[in-house]
Write a protein that binds this ligand. Structure first.
Ligand SMILES: C[S@@+](CC[C@H](N)C(=O)[O-])C[C@H]1O[C@@H](n2cnc3c(N)ncnc32)[C@H](O)[C@@H]1O
Length: 229
């Protein structure tokens, strides 16, 4: 099932998720930093950030990066905090002309769509020939150390199926996977916040955190799918 967006009704949950990752990510660079460096290495100049949120990808780019980065997102609330340029629109109907971008990025957003393929087709449409798509996805067995108290709900764009879905639209893909204890939650408050960030209701998250021994290293599993138009 698609993950129901809550960005306009509960933007603080999304902001908490960002804070938890930034605070407890140990010895690894963030996914946004990784994608930013891939964009710079690829030498692209016009980038579309689909489901851009408040602009974490823009923030990861050096101030003088020679990139024209535009954001598109469905949430008016999150877009207000985006540095721009940005536009409110649905990923399934991008308000851009064909071949307008050299790269399109979708960080943890395609799992919100009942069927991610129309949005992938739109991303392909707005890419110039040879243009690069980067789409991230989370594994169904992410954070296995928390399995006794919580499991992620399966979504429509889990890392298990994401490469095949992108392949259906783009024809050929490259996949970078991660599977490592990238986060350490130092105490039960951090465990609670990590669960709230993952859509566990606040009272349930607090109760579940009480059953967890901290500090808790958490294994992050997911992938980045890369494809060329
Ligand atoms: C988990 S957040 C990721 C935000 C951003 N990519 C980041 O990494 O910080 C998912 C984003 O997708 C956006 N979104 C969800 N459904 C969408 C849709 N149909 N079209 C455009 N954006 C959508 C949400 O508003 C939210 O900003």
């Amino acid at each position: 099932m698609a993950l129901t967006p809550d960005y306009d009704s509960d933007p603080e949950r999304f902001r908490l998720a960002g804070r938890v990752t930034r605070k407890y990510l140990i010895g690894a660079r963030s996914l946004h930093d990784h994608i930013a460096s891939k964009l710079l290495d690829a030498g692209v100049s016009r980038v579309l950030d689909i489901g851009c949120g408040e602009g974490a990808l823009s923030a990861a780019l050096p101030a003088l990066a020679p990139l024209g980065l535009a954001g598109v997102d469905a949430s008016a609330t999150l877009l207000r905090a985006h540095p721009g340029p940005r536009v409110q629109a649905d990923a399934g109907r991008l308000p851009f002309r064909d071949e307008a971008f050299d790269a399109a990025v979708a960080v943890n957003m395609l799992y919100h769509l009942d069927d991610p393929r129309p949005a992938l087709r739109e991303a392909r449409r707005v890419l110039a020939p040879g243009g690069l798509l980067l789409a991230s996805a989370i594994c169904r067995n992410d954070s296995p150390e928390l399995a006794p108290v919580w499991r992620p709900e399966p979504t429509t764009f889990d890392a298990e199926e994401a490469p095949d879905l992108v392949c259906e639209v783009f024809g050929e893909v490259e996949v970078e996977r991660w599977d490592a204890p990238l986060i350490t939650l130092p105490d039960r408050a951090a465990v609670r916040d990590y669960l709230i960030a993952r859509h566990v209701p606040r009272a349930e998250a607090a109760e579940a955190a009480g059953h967890v021994r901290a500090p808790l290293p958490v294994t992050k599993r997911g992938c980045l799918v890369l494809a060329r138009r």
